[in-house]
Design a protein around this ligand. Structure first.
Ligand code: GTR
Length: 327
């Protein structure tokens, strides 16, 4: 590097530092809650959102994502979001079940036929209506992330529906998921995600349910190496901004934030598809017993009581009917 360019780059560096300093001095800082490790598709997409927001507001708004549930477990984070203690987050729809009844239509077993079906529903009018219900509960829905299909796994052989009898299974805090597990003849125990590995290892529970990537990166497959692909729920995840925080943004910044969330959604879905495959491969290669379920009818039939209980709510019933009628 010549003396001249050297001097120039130092000048540029100094100018840049001053600019960054000026920008961050008056910047609004948003804190984002995230359940997962930094390389998980939800995490990298949230980081993408943060970059876009900072860039497009020219540093007026900065966004920091706290991974690995560093700001607290999911149920706590949901409460915080409702009054602005946390500014933005990505939540699974299941722990929202008890708070926003409309969310139940998206987590009822076998409500969505495929990931594509889920996308069509959530990206359309029904997704907007569910978003409006979320907003009444203090969270502005900006995008829907992927989370694959959830299936059961256990530390003991889990090969047919009969193996569920008497099994202790961890669920998220959702009355619907308690009912779903009980409909299979098992016992449900709500436990935070971060405590699940040791709960399985120490025998507090024998099983749980999740998608390939969560089953894989938490190493649950090493303590619960029987995975039965019943694929009971294709659950979307919500990218939301806390309503009090959202209301404090200018219309221009709201637009930037909304657009950034939607772009992060497209990125997340691509990353999800890749990670889903990779995780499945890792788990299978590790020697996990994976049971394919060719005919899901026994599971669908066993879960009917869940429909009777939760689709009795007229809001859920109406959403569900329209979900099922969406091509
Ligand atoms: C994951 C989801 C997390 C959390 C977790 C769980 O699939 O991405 O937000 O809900 O499941 O089971 O607690």
């Amino acid at each position: 590097m010549s003396h001249f360019t050297n001097k120039l780059s130092i000048a540029a560096l100094l100018a840049g530092t001053t600019l960054t300093f000026m920008a961050s001095a008056g910047a609004q800082e948003l804190r984002g809650w995230n359940q997962h490790a930094p390389d998980y598709p939800v995490s990298t997409a949230m980081e993408r959102f943060a970059e876009l927001v900072e860039e497009r507001t020219e540093g007026r708004i900065t966004a920091d994502v706290f991974h690995n549930a560093e700001l607290g477990e999911q149920d706590f984070a949901i409460e915080q979001m409702q009054f602005g203690g946390i500014d933005f987050a990505v939540f699974n729809m299941v722990p929202l079940n008890n708070i926003v009844p409309a969310s139940q239509a998206t987590t009822l077993p076998y409500a969505f036929r495929s990931l594509d079906h889920m996308h069509t529903v959530m990206d359309g009018e029904i997704g907007q209506e569910i978003g409006a219900a979320m907003e009444e509960a203090g969270m502005v829905a900006l995008a829907w992330y992927d989370s694959g299909a959830r299936s059961f796994y256990a530390s003991v052989p889990l090969e047919t529906i009969d193996d569920f009898e008497g099994l202790k299974i961890r669920v998220q805090s959702s009355d619907m998921f308690v009912a779903l597990v009980e409909a299979l003849g098992a016992n449900a125990t709500p436990i935070p995600f971060g405590e699940l590995y040791s709960a399985i290892q120490s025998g507090v529970v024998e099983g749980a349910e999740n998608n390939w990537p969560s089953y894989e990166y938490t190493n649950h497959y090493s303590v619960a190496p029987y995975y039965i692909l019943d694929e009971h729920s294709i659950v979307p995840e919500i990218f939301a901004v806390s309503k009090p925080v959202w209301d404090g943004l200018s219309a221009e910044d709201q637009e930037i934030v909304r657009e950034a969330a939607l772009e992060s959604q497209a990125f997340q879905r691509e990353e999800w598809a890749k990670r889903d495959e990779e995780s499945e491969k890792i788990v299978r290669e590790a020697g996990t017993t994976v049971i394919e379920v060719e005919d899901k009818t026994p599971f669908i039939e066993a879960m009917q009581p869940v429909y009777e209980e939760f689709a009795a709510d007229p809001v859920v019933a109406d959403l569900l009917e329209r979900i099922q009628n969406t091509e």
